[in-house]
Write a new protein. Structure first.
Length: 133
């Protein structure tokens, strides 16, 4: 009887921990899951159109990153919209971290820097790198 109670309590504790940390677990597993499953589980709605106007309406703009000012008439911008993979990653960060567009862009940028061996302040993380003469 005691064995069954202790086994049940361990299972309940594991389920509770998984439920409590479900967003972090999902964030770690999302790059390995199919995009349709990620969209369904994270309440993520992919953009229907990838033009700058649609991306601005979807919240992919701020006072620091103003799409309208940089892509208006007379602009030499030849792209149709922002990078699809980058927009999806920023939206995912915004949903998981519950942060603003600018904060999500900073988080994504710092992740890219860390992946390439660069500290957030721009200095190399390699111990052998020469940073002073």
């Amino acid at each position: 009887m005691i064995f069954h109670l202790s086994a049940l309590s361990i299972i309940v504790a594991i389920v509770a921990l998984l439920w409590y940390y479900r967003q972090r677990i999902f964030a770690l597993a999302s790059p390995y899951l199919p995009s349709q499953l990620v969209a369904r589980l994270s309440n993520y709605t992919p953009l229907q159109s990838y033009s700058f106007a649609d991306q601005q309406a979807a919240g992919m703009s701020s006072s620091n990153f103003d799409l309208e000012a940089n892509t208006g008439e007379g602009s030499s911008e030849s792209r149709l919209g922002l990078d699809e993979a980058g927009v999806e990653e920023v939206r995912r960060i915004m949903a998981i971290e519950k942060c603003t567009f600018d904060q999500a862009r900073l988080i994504r940028h710092n992740r890219i820097l860390a992946k390439n061996g660069i500290a957030p302040d721009g200095t190399p993380l390699d111990r052998k790198a020469i940073t002073r003469l």
